[in-house]
Write a protein that binds this ligand. Sequence first.
Ligand SMILES: C[S@@+](CC[C@H](N)C(=O)[O-])C[C@H]1O[C@@H](n2cnc3c(N)ncnc32)[C@H](O)[C@@H]1O
Length: 218
Amino acid sequence: MDEATIKIIAQQLRQPHGEFALDVAEKMNEGNLLINQYTIEALDAQPNENILEIGMANGIFVKDILSKNSSIKYSGCDYSEDMVREATKHNKSFVENGQAQFFHAKADELPFPENTFAKIFTANTIYFWDDITAVLSEFSRVLKPKGQIILSVRPRSVMEHIPTVKYGFTIFSKDELIQIFSDNNYKITSTIEKAEPDQEILGVNVKVSTLIVIAEKL
Ligand SMILES: C[S@@+](CC[C@H](N)C(=O)[O-])C[C@H]1O[C@@H](n2cnc3c(N)ncnc32)[C@H](O)[C@@H]1O
């Protein structure tokens, strides 16, 4: 695959938009199925909890959280208008019964008052945050006291083999993520690492894994 195409795919992964947006979202759902399942398991949503997701893309996994208990409330924010529209469509019944809401919003400018959420989770988005300190401070504002962040990534050792990554991704090892959270007033409560089957990504066979960092607001 030529570099111009790889660059276009990288831009779509950062912010799916336009005629390719829906196909890109479906491809992400396939490649990211396990990382999303592991993240939802780690999220461990409880009855009556108010939960926020950043970067839900087309929101195909939201049902796996909300079908557990009808008292769980979910808000999803994505800065791609196309993804907000798709996620709203895919989760029509949860939107109609008041369990889910979707917002066109950036991670560092959230449309919620302070002390709103018990947990915030996000998979495969930190690579694109231009100002991590601003995002983590915004999360802290909307989290309740002792609120949790569940953040999932493909670690540096996986990402460095993926051809799109040189076009605008920032990648992290486990130690780097732990340092970022402690520098930004969070306490790490646990980390989870899971191996996944190899994937062929843009012509490269990649040894894939999930890294989840769970941190509590100080
Ligand atoms: C690579 S996709 C990951 C989608 C999904 N979470 C997954 O793991 O398959 C990144 C998604 O996060 C959104 N996103 C990235 N940075 C964001 C930010 N700073 N604020 C809001 N949404 C963001 C993008 O628009 C896109 O839908």
